[in-house]
Design a binder for this molecule. Structure first.
Ligand SMILES: [Zn+2]
Length: 403
């Protein structure tokens, strides 16, 4: 009697693609306000595992921070390796009474082309994650396993301090020898209409706090005190008149914005011992945190006197020079939407600032108009169009057009 062969797991070949609307709703029903996960990564794992993804839950916790859960999933091990990055955490909903629908129910309001799915994270960015999973499943149904591999790097710490998320996952990936060839970040990139814009870089962001020290005293006897306020005002004046640069081909001019001036002084007859100011610099790749610090100190030193300068870098500026990958993304967007997306670098920072050290990074996601707002919502039609865009992109990438 022949010995039966050991069972071999069949290569995953789903017959039905994942529904991006149902998956978005399931994710929205997990109230994953940073740093809570609230089951969001379980929902995602349950969608990815049947497609053949090997899923790793990676909890990370730097000292003096709250632990955060992250998910790394990969389908296949071969090259080329296409990685999608995103986050399942969301910002708090704010005043619940201001919402038209429960922010954590995923209700669909309106009908036909007007239908929109309301909920915290609908566009930033549970909808895009669901669209990507749906696109991968559609690719598997259509073409079978790709000639290469697909990964998802999903963090629960993007909207918070971002310490235990993508930044901390990168050394973990490197240790395992995992290195994507290209990375697509699914942050909302379109201001008003799906297809208008993609991002190929981001400005850097540097927060500064300047404290000028003096000697407290009576306002009637200024010669017996050392008033820090005139020096603070001169130091700040030397900043606001200065043009940092005139912008580059892909970036607007860098900006410095004063956000606070404070002496903590309620008395009218007291010269304060110290006064402080806070500012934020959004800068293009003509600068780094280091060059900006030198620039600031030159100005403050020329005014003179004792001061303290504390700088906190949120992220350096970066640009993925337009190339084969950005062209592939733009072509997929154009084919599905009929729009030629602008290559932009606007907005705040994103986790692309960490991923850019690995490989070319492009961001393309939903329409961001309602992100972080009351009644955050995604057009149901946009979810299916974004799924089509991601499917087109994956199909073209593995056909060898953008690796
Ligand atoms: Zn986001």
């Amino acid at each position: 009697m022949p010995i039966p062969a050991a069972p071999v797991a069949p290569a995953p070949h789903p017959s039905l693609p994942v529904d991006p609307v149902a998956l978005t709703r399931a994710l929205i029903r997990c109230p994953s306000v940073t740093p809570a996960d609230a089951g969001a990564l379980d929902v995602l794992t349950a969608a990815l595992a049947p497609l053949g993804f090997v899923c790793h839950r990676v909890p990370l916790q730097a000292p003096e921070t709250v632990a955060v859960d992250n998910l790394y999933a990969r389908l296949g091990t071969g090259a080329p390796y296409f990685c999608f990055a995103g986050h399942t955490d969301v910002v708090a909903p704010g005043d619940l009474r201001a919402w038209t629908a429960d922010p954590f129910q995923g209700d669909i309001l309106g009908e036909g082309p007007e239908a929109r799915l309301v909920g915290r994270g609908a566009v930033d960015m549970k909808g895009a994650i669901a669209a990507f999973v749906a696109a991968v499943s559609a690719l598997l149904v259509r073409d079978g396993p790709p000639r290469g591999s697909i990964g998802l790097l999903i963090t629960g710490d993007e909207e918070g301090c971002s310490i235990n998320g993508t930044r901390a996952l990168l050394p973990w990936l490197a240790e395992r020898g995992e290195r994507p060839d290209v990375c697509l970040v699914g942050e909302p990139t379109n201001p008003e209409r799906l297809g208008e814009a993609m991002k190929i870089g981001r400005r850097g962001s540097l927060n500064g706090r300047l404290v000028v020290e003096g000697v407290q005293g009576h306002a009637a006897y200024p010669h017996l005190a050392d008033n820090p306020l005139p020096r603070l005002v001169r130091m700040l004046d030397s900043l606001i008149d200065c043009l940092l640069d005139e912008g580059t081909a892909h970036f607007p001019p860098s900006t410095l914005t004063l956000t606070s001036i404070d002496a903590g002084n309620a008395a009218t007859n007291v010269i304060p011992a110290a006064a402080s100011a806070a500012f934020n610099i959004r800068f293009n790749p003509l600068h780094t945190a280091e060059s900006l610090e030198a620039w600031l100190r030159r100005r403050f030193d020329s005014v003179g006197g004792a001061y303290r300068l504390d700088l906190t870098l949120s992220g350096e500026a970066f640009l993925t020079e337009p190339g084969p990958f950005s062209a592939l993304v733009a072509a997929a967007v154009a084919r599905v939407t009929g729009l030629q997306p602008a290559l932009t670098t606007t907005g705040g920072t994103s986790d692309a600032r960490f991923l850019k050290d690995l490989c070319p990074v492009v961001e393309f996601g939903l329409v961001g108009r309602t992100m972080h707002k009351v009644d955050e919502a995604v057009a149901v039609a946009d979810l299916s169009h974004l799924t089509d865009i991601y499917l087109t992109l994956l199909g073209d990438y593995f056909a060898g057009n953008g690796s």
